[in-house]
Structures are given as structure tokens and as C-alpha cells.
Design a protein around this ligand. Structure first.
Ligand SMILES: CC(C)(COP(=O)(O)OP(=O)(O)OC[C@H]1O[C@@H](n2cnc3c(N)ncnc32)[C@H](O)[C@@H]1OP(=O)(O)O)[C@@H](O)C(=O)NCCC(=O)NCCS
Length: 97
């Protein structure tokens, strides 16, 4: 992330086959958000489809709090418009989980 060029950055997360169910993704998300805070980022967001239960559970395990469900967050490749959840974790706050 180059904060001189863009004030925000984006990343994605997919667990390797056989690597789910051990807490590795939770550990990775916590480490990445701590790194972002160390670089001066004040707010880290996690976005996902409301039906993506593993991703929502991951965000909540990592201490993110649901802010809103947007009605028209993204367009799928087939053109269907889908809602999306916005979770956030703020710098300087104690994680709730
Ligand atoms: C989202 C995704 C990365 C989450 O993976 P995950 O394995 O559920 O998450 P974790 O690695 O944090 O593992 C959590 C599980 O390990 C368990 N666990 C074991 N030890 C743990 C520990 N020390 N800490 C936390 N959880 C632990 C948890 O109880 C949980 O189990 P459960 O699912 O039965 O409740 C995975 O579902 C995925 O790759 N999905 C497809 C891609 C995707 O949707 N990406 C997000 C797009 S927005």
C-alpha cells in the first residue's frame, strides 16, 4: 500500500484447501490489520456478501463490527447486483473479540 498515491488499499483472502477451521485466517486478518495500524491507517474495513457466513464469522472473530448492509454493493460477473456487508475495525480501540 502506497499511502502517497492512494488513501486506501484493498486485499482479498482465500484459505488454501485443507487450511480452514484452524484459525489461520483469523490470525492473518489480525496481523494485517495491526500492520495497517502501525502504518498509520485509522480504519480497516472488511466487505463481503451477506450470505458469506464464514467470511462474516471471520471478521467478527477478528474483532470487526458490522457497520451497515449496503443494498447495491457490487455487481457479480453475471450482472446480478448484490448487497454487501461493511465491517470495520478502528485504530486505538480495544477489540471486542
Ligand atoms: C473466509 C475464509 C478465509 C475463512 O476461513 P476459516 O477457516 O473459517 O477461518 P479461520 O482460519 O479463522 O478458522 C476459524 C475456524 O477455526 C476454529 N479455530 C480453531 N482454532 C482457532 C484459533 N486459535 N483461533 C480462531 N479460530 C480457531 C474456529 O472455531 C473456526 O471454526 P468454525 O468455522 O467451526 O467456527 C474461508 O472460508 C475462505 O477461504 N472462503 C472462500 C473465500 C472467501 O469467501 N473469502 C472472503 C471474501 S469476502
Amino acid at each position: 500500500m502506497d499511502r502517497r498515491r492512494r488513501p486506501d488499499g484493498e486485499d482479498g483472502l482465500v484459505a488454501a484447501r485443507g487450511a480452514t477451521g484452524h484459525g489461520y485466517a483469523t490470525e492473518a486478518v489480525r496481523a494485517l490489520s495491526d500492520l495497517a495500524f502501525d502504518f498509520g491507517v485509522e480504519r480497516v474495513e472488511a466487505h463481503m456478501d451477506p450470505d458469506n457466513a464464514p467470511s462474516r464469522a471471520l471478521a467478527e472473530r477478528a474483532g470487526f463490527v458490522l457497520q451497515e448492509v449496503r443494498q447495491d454493493m457490487h455487481d457479480r460477473p453475471d450482472g446480478v447486483r448484490r448487497p454487501g456487508c461493511v465491517y470495520a475495525l478502528l485504530s486505538g480501540l480495544v477489540r471486542v473479540n
